[in-house]
Design a binder for this molecule. Structure first.
Ligand code: CS2
Ligand code: MN
Length: 356
């Protein structure tokens, strides 16, 4: 594995590349052109400029998170083929710049959903949290303003104001899209992009739905072992792969995370490893990475990755907000750095035990 941190670019991130570089073992970042809208084309010049920023601080781009997929592609509406062509051209330009891993998701309307961005824990840290009760009481159109109010002035990924202005129309677009239709549309999309992925060896890595069940009546298809394996078989090409996000699949206590990792052997191209603490099956918060601070056995998750020969980038995903830091919720420097150090420690121990 290759330890990385997510970085949103000079214009958007409170965390600096020089700080990331000082985290032991981190040699690369996962980044994006954060001001691109889903459906836009990324030019080779824009990608090269991003690369230059990263390399100027002696880091490398380990992959992109995300090249977002437009709602037209997800719903199969009129602009679908035009957006797919832009996606193909974007992949081509990434390939020419020697970038070989792209994370994306296929969630309708909202990316991840949390109901609190700063729940206070006993130690004074704050974390992102979710309760089903809060969702059930919320008008989906108000979801955006409730999220934006608490984000420390940052733009949260997947909650771009430009898109959220049109929430009502977005819901309208999905009104006839059920799970089968959404599945058909993702297969259509993947089949269209596989040739360019093969040409440049770009590994696509789908991020799971978070939480792993339907919110606001919208369909969900990337949420458990059976469904993700179905997608792997529907487009049976190594370039059609997975971002294994423990904190997203793990929202459902029915998902056996180490088992899923083993079932997906060879198809996991990117890993997000973080822990959740469950108060009840539908009330959870994002804890520290340490196993004993949450519900998951992080050792078993890392061991499953190791034993299936995982070689891709990995990142600590979200962290708590600690030590008075002001940053994008989930994406401060301090707790993610602690997470990276802890995951590196687990990996070293697992590797040495295997070699002994
Ligand atoms: C991320 C997702 O912050 C997060 O929860 O893991 O937003 C992820 O970046 C996207 O779903 C991937 O497209
Ligand atoms: Mn994730």
């Amino acid at each position: 594995m290759e330890m990385t941190l997510r970085w949103y670019g000079t214009k958007f991130d409170t965390v600096k590349l020089w700080q990331i570089r000082q985290i032991p073992g981190v040699k690369g970042v996962i980044t994006t052109l954060y001001d691109k809208q889903a459906g836009d084309l990324w030019t080779q010049e824009e990608i090269a400029a991003l690369k230059k920023d990263v390399e100027a601080e002696s880091l490398k781009i380990a992959g992109i998170e995300s090249v977002n997929v437009s709602d037209a592609i997800k719903t199969g509406s009129a602009q679908r083929d035009e957006h797919i062509q832009n996606y193909i051209d974007t992949l081509e330009n990434l390939g020419k710049e020697d970038i070989h891993m792209v994370c994306y998701n296929f969630m309708p309307v909202f990316d991840w959903t949390r109901t609190e961005l700063a729940r206070k824990r006993a130690d004074g840290s704050t974390v992102l949290a979710y309760t089903q009760e809060a969702i059930d009481a919320l008008d989906p159109e108000k979801m955006f303003s409730s999220i934006a109010g608490d984000s420390n002035g940052t733009v949260m990924p997947g909650w771009e104001p430009e898109r959220m202005e049109h929430v009502k129309e977005l819901f309208e677009l999905y009104k006839d899209i059920d799970e089968e239709k959404l599945f058909e549309n993702i297969v259509y999309f993947l089949k269209a992009i596989m040739p360019v992925c093969n040409k440049y060896d770009i590994k696509m890595a789908i991020h799971p739905d978070d939480p792993a069940w339907s919110v606001f009546g919208l369909p969900r298809i990337i949420n458990n072992e059976k469904n993700i394996l179905r997608l792997m078989k529907a487009v049976d090409d190594v370039h059609n792969g997975v971002t294994f996000c423990s904190g997203s699949y793990g929202t459902s206590l029915d998902n056996d995370l180490p088992h899923m990792i083993r079932a997906l052997e060879g198809r996991i191209h990117f890993a997000h490893v973080r822990n959740l603490k469950f108060i009840s099956p539908t009330n959870f918060e994002e804890s520290a990475h340490l196993s004993s601070d949450g519900t998951f056995d992080m050792y078993e998750i890392m061991r499953a990755l190791y034993e299936t020969g995982f070689e891709g980038p990995i990142r600590p995903d979200h962290g708590r907000m600690i030590w008075g830091e002001k940053a994008m919720p989930g994406y401060g420097l301090y707790d993610r750095a602690l997470g990276a150090a802890y995951l590196n420690g687990l990996w070293e121990a697992i590797e040495k035990a295997h070699k002994a």
